[in-house]
Design a binder for this molecule. Structure first.
Ligand code: AOE
Length: 247
């Protein structure tokens, strides 16, 4: 099959491309013993997140144009958006299961189960509320994949100012990628046969979801760093670095 450069993809082709690179459904493949203890729930969630992060890196690399960014930009983007991307994925999996968070096919939690981990229920409630919002909006898969890619591409656009020519070039490419992803989202909305007025309103609603997700991710990061301080969660040096950078 003919490989087109991403800059020449139509919005329709870009969407079918990012639909095809969606990570597969995950199974923890372990007997999740109930009732949970604080340690067992955190361990299951951490194990899941590690599997997902591994898949997230190969997903990002398959987004047209991502690997043409500088390596610094690739790393910074993933470092700053990983929890937001995980959260949007979680909401998408949970959208048809009101009141439940479908972390994986074999790890489905309701808010009460959050009882056993200090501070987690309030995060669960925020995730459930945002999921309700996705349900009310009747989010389409095409829109979902665009939003997830936009989270990645929009995650650190203003943080570091480029110093070298290479970084400057990469910033330009990143802006173009984000613009084509925006065109793809606009196209996905326009397919639904809404009036122009309603298309614009829907675009606004979908983009406002992203600010909710960033907010919840900030709360989740704070929660993870609090748990790290209590030594409940074993985290990698890299994450430790990331957490200390955000608090
Ligand atoms: C949300 C969605 C999802 O699919 C899984 C999880 C599991 C944990 C959940 C989180 C979530 C929602 C918010 C929660 C959190 C536990 C506490 C918090 C409920 O309130 C997240 C578990 C995260 C464990 C840390 C995993 C290590 C991360 C390392 C990242 C890293 O080092 N780098 C460099 C980034 C790599 C990017 C690919």
């Amino acid at each position: 099959r003919l490989e087109l450069h991403h800059s020449s993809l139509t919005p329709e082709q870009l969407i079918s491309c990012i639909m095809n690179v969606e990570p597969p459904e995950i199974y923890l493949m372990e007997d999740v013993k109930r009732p949970f203890t604080e340690a067992s729930m955190i361990m299951s969630l951490t194990k899941l997140a590690n599997k997902e992060l591994f898949l997230m890196i190969s997903w990002a690399k398959k987004i047209p144009g991502f690997v043409e960014l500088s390596l610094t930009d690739q790393v910074h983007l993933l470092e700053s958006c990983w929890l937001e991307v995980l959260m949007l994925g979680l909401m998408w999996r949970s959208v048809d299961h009101p009141g439940k968070l479908i972390f994986s096919a074999d790890l489905k939690l309701n808010r009460e189960e959050g009882n056993c981990v200090e501070g987690i229920m309030i995060i669960f409630d925020m995730l459930l509320a945002a999921t309700t919002r996705l349900r009310e909006l009747n989010l389409q898969k095409e829109e979902y994949v665009c939003l997830k890619a936009m989270i990645l591409l929009n995650s650190n656009i203003c943080s570091t100012s480029p110093e070298m020519a290479e970084d400057l070039e990469s910033r330009g490419k990143l802006q173009l990628l984000l613009d084509s992803m925006t065109d793809a989202l606009v196209w996905a909305i326009s397919k639904q046969g809404l009036s122009f007025q309603l298309q614009s309103t829907r675009l606004a609603h979908l983009l406002m979801l992203l600010s909710d997700i960033r907010h919840i991710s900030g709360k989740g990061m704070k929660h993870l760093s609090d748990m790290k301080n209590k030594n409940i969660v074993q985290v990698s040096d890299l994450l430790l670095e990331m957490l200390t950078n955000t608090t």
